[in-house]
Design a protein around this ligand. Structure first.
Ligand code: ADP
Ligand code: MG
Length: 483
């Protein structure tokens, strides 16, 4: 029998606001000293009152707009009650039945994954369990940090698709500048709800919730593992228990953590200290106008505007800074050339960024303070390559030097004598010398061995220290060999 897997995701992301969700304590994920960014509000002292962070709300609304969600006119906060040492108030301020954003979708491959809702809540503190100690410690720096939660409909069908969804969402959060969404740092956390049912059956199977998946790989592997585990159970005629599970990275297995809690376990009720939120049509229109170009739109535009391949466009969308560097360079190429020549230079720009520059960067981002190449200088280099003023070997050398020192390409070329020799008299002199020094190859060539010519071109390039124009070098040698 065949089984159909179903997956729905719940994704949390810490927002990159300046202050926390309901107080003015700093929201600083880089703070390593415990309990620095705290105040009576986020420590849950009696008598304190929460004041919602406007910026956090605006950021979540932007996410909703980017995903084509509906922004209801009214929204509210609710208390979700449970006790845990990292939750000083004994409840978390969250949103229950009136979230900030409702509906929407995100395209993954050929499928639109429907979004159920996006809401706003506060993060908890962090528990620390020192090795060997008989007590645990609590760090409240994270307590009260704005936390966005996005819930999808059960529209996903595999671990791979879930991973792709999470990657796409991460990129959107970064484009919107709402969250750094670094999974390794816990700024984005994924929970996967997984069920399996016999093919053809309409009703979804019993789901298991896998918590705290902190890498894309873990998302993909844990879901694949669960699908297999549940399928095996059903094949044996057993039932899947509804429970909350963890993921053991080392063993590559899910493990049972606890039974499933229900909404009524949390005794949700409206947060009495925060008034109802109201959003006017004008506010939403204004927010919409602040949205930047989003990854999917950029992916399409880069191909249409510059004739890039899907692969190049994808690289420049994923690496937002690299993409911006590409576009800035193109804008510096100069337009006093034919359309064909311009297109050729655009292609060269894309190639040199995608291969050579990316190689030098070793995956780092372009905007770092230590990135010294300006788009003007990069464009200058591309123009010289296109005009055949320097060879591609020399170009690589120049680029490396530009990368290291930030120097102008024409200075480097002059200093290192890399200008390509296209002067026929000069080439002829070198070519003659090369032929005299390689009589065996000349004989071979005359005896019909074509590859000998390539050997001689190589010798000529070496004799000119790489500065000869290779096409002209070949032509000159061929000419001499005929006579
Ligand atoms: P709960 O009430 O248990 O929290 P929800 O209906 O709120 O469940 O759904 C939580 C998440 O689980 C959502 O992402 C949803 O798409 C997903 N989900 C719900 N039912 C199933 C199912 N049978 N199989 C897989 N995922 C499911
Ligand atoms: Mg739920």
């Amino acid at each position: 029998m065949n089984y159909t897997p179903t997956i729905g995701l719940e994704i949390h992301a810490e927002l990159n606001t300046k202050s926390k969700m309901f107080c003015s304590s700093l929201n600083d994920p880089a703070e390593h000293h415990p309990n620095m960014n705290v105040c009576p509000v986020c420590l849950g002292h009696p008598g304190t009152l929460p004041v919602p962070n406007r910026e956090a709300i605006r950021k979540v609304l932007k996410v909703g707009l980017a995903l084509h969600a509906e922004i209801p006119e009214y929204s509210k906060f609710d208390r979700k009650n449970y006790f845990y040492p990292d939750l000083p108030k004994g409840y978390q301020i969250s949103q229950y039945d009136m979230p900030l954003c409702v509906g929407g979708e995100l395209r993954v491959g050929e499928r639109d994954v429907r979004i159920t809702r996006v809401h706003l809540e506060e993060d908890t503190g962090r528990l620390v369990h020192p090795a060997g100690a008989d007590s645990s410690l609590v760090d409240f720096n994270r307590a009260g940090v704005p936390l966005m939660e996005l819930v999808t409909e059960p529209d996903i069908t595999s671990g791979k698709e879930a991973g792709e969804f999470a990657r796409k969402l991460q990129l959107i959060l970064r484009y919107l500048d709402v969250s750094d969404a670094d999974m390794e740092k816990g700024q984005m956390r994924v929970e996967a709800n997984v069920s399996v049912r016999p093919a053809g059956v309409k009703q979804l199977g019993t789901k298991v919730e896998v918590k705290n998946l902190n890498s894309f790989r873990a998302v993909e592997l844990a879901i694949a593992y669960e699908i297999e585990r549940q399928t095996a159970l059903l094949e044996k005629g057993e039932e899947v228990a509804q429970e909350t599970m963890g993921w053991d990275e080392k063993k590559g297995q899910t493990f049972s953590q606890r039974g499933k809690e229900e909404a009524h376990d949390y005794r949700y009720f409206p947060e009495p200290d925060i008034p109802l939120l109201h959003f006017s049509e004008e506010e939403i229109t204004e927010l919409r106008s602040e949205l930047p170009e989003l990854p999917q739109a950029r992916f399409v535009r880069l191909q249409e505007e510059y004739g890039l391949s899907e692969k190049e466009a994808e690289l420049f969308v994923r690496g937002k800074d690299i993409g911006e560097f590409f576009e800035k360079t193109v804008s510096e190429l100069g337009t006093e050339v034919s359309a064909d020549k311009f297109q050729q230079m655009v292609k060269l720009t894309a190639n040199y960024i995608a291969s050579d520059l990316m190689g030098l960067l070793e995956g780092a981002s372009v905007v770092g303070e230590d990135f010294l190449i300006t788009p003007e200088n990069f464009a200058e280099l591309v123009v010289m390559i296109a005009d055949k003023k320097i060879s591609s070997a020399a170009a690589k050398q120049v680029l490396k030097e530009m990368f290291g020192t930030g120097a102008d390409p024409d200075h480097i070329i002059e200093e290192k004598g890399l200008l390509q020799v296209s002067d026929e008299g000069q080439l002829l002199a070198i070519a003659k010398k090369v032929l005299q020094e390689n009589l065996k190859a000349v004989e071979d060539y005359k005896a019909g061995k074509e590859t000998a010519l390539q050997f001689l071109v190589g010798k000529l390039m070496a004799a000119s220290k790489g500065s000869a124009n290779p096409e002209l070098a070949r032509a000159t040698l061929e000419q001499l060999l005929k006579t």
